[in-house]
Design a protein around this ligand. Structure first.
Ligand code: FAD
Length: 395
């Protein structure tokens, strides 16, 4: 039995999941979950969607009620920031001055929005969105506002654009690229979603950098991506490179320390190089693999989960299974926001599938990618139209 148990830094999606799964797997030693926010662990996806809209109340955000942590003998410490890790002594020290020893340490500190200098007069009306407190502040500002300017047409910016447009605000989105979601989605997806945003009255300014000083909107949201929170790992001497570098078992350069979720840069069979992903799936699956090992499975398989992701804008659900390499051969089925599917092939194998309003194809693609080899060819798809139809033809 380990003496000092497991300490987890960051009480978000991955940190919560490690703690909960350790108990599911019968881990009996102590678990300390340390988070610098005031709230018990909660889900972030609704913050730009149903919660910001006011359709989902705050008491529905937490993964579990507060009693869960006591019941499971998880020492949840909120409002407490870890300031230092000492891998040689196997201790962490918090801002409150408490020092905690560990046998296993998990760093799950997440990501933080990328920031740019904001002129002083604009600071009071300029927001980023990552935490529940951020969402509360943005929501409050929006209530009294007529207009919002959103800098960056990534997922978070666009989800807030949809939410604000539906609330009757005048929304302008500034994007330097020539299409929305340029770094993450196919042109056909961008085209379909651009039409949906414009139909809702959103003023999409593409190819347009922004001069913050010139913005006249009542509220400004910066949605220009995020970076890993890796300062603790760096000062603790762990290898970092645009994320805390981990191996295929989520171990950092110190064998007693794991990292998971938005802060970790890990190998995956679905990408040529280690990659940092920001998704619920990634945080949960990496956390599960860590819990399995700490709970005693020395034979745990290397990380191999199929990456997947979703985004909700208006009534439209975008879903991605797999990861999209720069160059792929595409097959497109359907169009528009209700039923579009884009299949990405590389060297004849399906590597990713994007859908709009087509959950069935998303699930088929995930199943196919999980099987490891992709026995559906471009010819099959072109002939039958969808993965579902290909499978049906083989029955
Ligand atoms: C608005 C929004 C919408 C999203 N929508 C989607 C979606 O639709 N689909 C999807 O798949 N993903 C979505 N995501 C992404 C998803 O929520 C994240 O990928 C996921 O939460 C990552 O989990 P994590 O545990 O790595 O980080 P987080 O959940 O961010 O948790 C990290 C925690 O660590 C804390 N922390 C950091 N440093 C310290 C320290 N030194 N001491 C103590 N605590 C510390 C942080 O404050 C934070 O509470 C969304 C994210 C946001 C912000």
């Amino acid at each position: 039995m380990s003496k000092n148990g497991t300490v987890i830094i960051g009480a978000g999606q991955a940190g919560y999941q490690v703690a909960a799964q350790l108990r599911v797997k019968g881990y009996a030693a102590s678990i300390t979950l340390i988070g610098d926010e005031a709230h018990i662990p909660y889900q972030q996806p609704p913050l730009s969607k149903a919660y910001l809209k006011g359709e989902l109340q705050g008491d529905r955000l937490p993964f579990r009620p507060e009693t869960f942590y006591g019941d499971k003998d998880i020492d949840l410490r909120l409002n407490e920031r870890v300031e230092h890790i000492d891998p040689a002594a196997k201790t962490v020290t918090t801002a409150k001055g408490s020092t905690q020893s560990y046998d296993h340490l998990v760093i799950a500190t997440g990501g933080t929005p990328r920031k740019i200098p904001v002129p002083a007069p604009l600071q009071a009306k300029t927001f980023t969105l990552k935490t529940r407190d951020d969402a509360d502040a943005l929501g409050e500002a929006l209530q009294g506002a007529q207009s919002i300017a959103i800098v960056g047409a990534g997922f978070i910016g666009l989800e807030v654009a949809a939410t604000a447009a539906q609330a009757g605000k005048a929304v302008t989105v500034y994007e330097m690229q020539d299409r929305i979601l340029a770094r993450v989605a196919s042109p056909a997806v961008s085209t379909a979603l651009q039409a949906r945003h414009r139909a809702a009255g959103v003023d999409l300014r593409l190819n347009e950098g922004v001069d913050l000083d010139a913005l006249e909107a009542d509220v400004v949201l910066l949605g220009i991506g995020g970076v890993a929170v890796q300062d603790l790992a760096e000062t603790g001497g762990l290898t970092c490179d645009g994320g805390i570098v981990v191996d295929a078992h989520m171990r950092t350069s110190d064998p007693a320390i794991f990292a998971a979720g938005d802060c970790a840069k890990s190998p995956t069979p679905f990408w040529d190089a280690p990659i940092r992903l920001e998704s619920v799936q990634n945080a949960i699956d990496q956390a599960n693999l860590i819990a399995e090992q700490i709970a005693g499975n020395a034979e745990a398989k290397a990380y191999h989960a199929v990456p997947w992701f979703w985004s909700d804008q208006y009534e439209v659900k975008y879903q991605l299974a797999g990861l999209i390499p720069q160059r792929t051969d595409l097959v497109q089925a359907g169009e528009g926001t209700d039923g579009l599917a884009i299949y990405h092939f590389r060297d004849g194998a399906l590597v990713a599938c994007e859908t709009l309003g087509n959950g069935a194809e998303h699930m088929s693609a995930r199943r196919l990618l999980e099987q490891g080899s992709a026995p559906v060819s471009q010819t099959d798809l072109k002939e039958h139209g969808t993965l579902k139809a290909v499978f049906k033809s083989r029955r």
